[in-house]
Structures are given as C-alpha cells and as structure tokens.
Design a protein around this ligand. Structure first.
Ligand code: HEM
Length: 187
C-alpha cells in the first residue's frame, strides 16, 4: 500500500495529534487522580474523582485508537512496515497493550472511582480501594514518552538484524521524492 505524499502527511498529522492528545489526557488523569487521592478538601477530592470517572476514559480510548489506526496506516504505507523495524514494532505492541489496559482495567474500574468520589463528597469513606489510580497515568505516560522517543530517534534498525544502523547513527536515507522532503529509509 502506498499513499500520495499529501495523504501520507495528513495521516502523519493525525497520528502526531492523536498521540499528543493521548498524552494530554494521561496528564489530566494524573492531575485528577492526584487530587482525588491527595489530602485536599473532601469536596474537591470527590469532584476530581467523579470527573475522572465520568469524562476521561472515552477521550483516552478514542485518542489511543486513532493513534493506533493512523500508525498502522503509516506503517503499511511506508517502508517502515509494521514489524520491519524495531522502533515501529515496539510502538505497535505498546499501543495494543495500553489499549487493552484501558478496556480491561481502567474502564471497568470507573464506576468504583465515581462511587468513591461520591462517598468522599458526602463525608464518608470509599467502599473500595482506589489507590490503583496511581498506576494508569504512571505506566501510560512512561510508555508514551518512550514511544515518542522511539518515534523521533528511530533506533535499533531492522527486525531480524538486516540493515542495522551504525551505533548511534541514523539510517542511510535515500530521498525518493515519494515522501515530499521526508526521505524514506532505504530497504
Ligand atoms: C504508542 C503510541 C505512539 C506514539 C506516541 C507515536 C508517536 C509518533 C510520532 C511523534 C511520530 C512522528 C515522528 C517523526 O515524524 O519523526 C510517529 C511516526 C510514526 N509512527 Fe507512531 N506513535 C505511536 C504509535 C504508533 C503505532 C502503533 C504505529 C504502527 C504500528 C506507529 C507507526 C509510525 C510510523 C510508521 C511513523 C513514521 C511515519 C512517517 O514518517 O511516514 N506509531 N509516531
């Protein structure tokens, strides 16, 4: 599959914006979880937890899926492939694992978080332990930061060892004209 350069750039733009949005939502989760688990007033803690439970997981999942879909299109439409280069393959696995965690851990946990927020606002004690909220932003922000670094530096060369880059170096780049000023890596 190849894409006209303008279409490829549009997909790359969507990819980068969705990755940025995903990171932004993760920062929001970190802030709300921090307030909710922190030592502030009961009203503010409860509100933060209810906002987290109500509004955050859907935009996180949407941005993660858009990032995944646009990344897959870019991989298939360029010489990078999906599992041809380590930096892409690792991002693919990272994205899939994070989407799975959102669906399997975060989403089902939100009713408990909302209920805990309501209980705290009412001056009570949450019925369930919500300390797990520390992990989603920590794990996800770390993984997305690593994925961003991989995207920029594109390290480790090809899966299977063929065409490895020199240590610390960049891939041999051959301007093809196909990608409008973004040289693609020679196969
Ligand atoms: C895990 C979250 C991800 C983040 C944070 C991320 C971030 C980025 C960023 C910032 C770029 C731009 C790099 C540049 O132009 O120098 C990029 C490019 C790219 N990404 Fe991702 N990405 C992610 C997931 C994926 C996935 C799942 C795939 C495919 C399986 C993928 C495939 C690609 C490819 C092929 C490019 C290069 C496109 C091109 O230059 O034509 N990415 N990514």
């Amino acid at each position: 599959m190849t894409l006209p350069p303008r279409v490829r750039k549009a997909v790359l733009t969507v990819h980068i914006v969705s990755a940025g949005a995903w990171i932004g939502v993760d920062v929001l989760v970190a802030v709300l979880a921090g307030i909710g688990l922190g030592g502030g007033s009961a009203a503010v803690r409860g509100l933060a937890l209810r906002a987290l439970a109500e509004f955050v997981v859907t935009p996180m999942l949407v941005s993660a899926l858009v990032c995944l879909a646009s990344g897959v299109v870019l991989g298939l439409a360029t010489k990078w492939g999906l599992v041809r280069y380590w930096w892409v393959a690792v991002k693919l696995v990272t994205n899939l694992v994070l989407c799975t965690l959102i669906l399997v851990v975060l989403w089902p946990g939100m009713p408990d978080v909302g209920a805990a927020g309501g209980a705290i606002e009412a001056g009570g004690v949450p019925a369930t332990d919500i300390s797990f909220l520390v992990f989603p932003p920590t794990v996800s922000l770390t993984a997305l930061a690593v994925a961003t670094v991989l995207s920029v530096y594109k390290p480790w060369g090809r899966v299977g060892g063929r065409g490895r880059r020199p240590a610390g170096g960049r891939a041999r780049r051959v301007p093809t004209g196909v990608s409008e000023g973004r040289p693609t890596v020679s196969a």
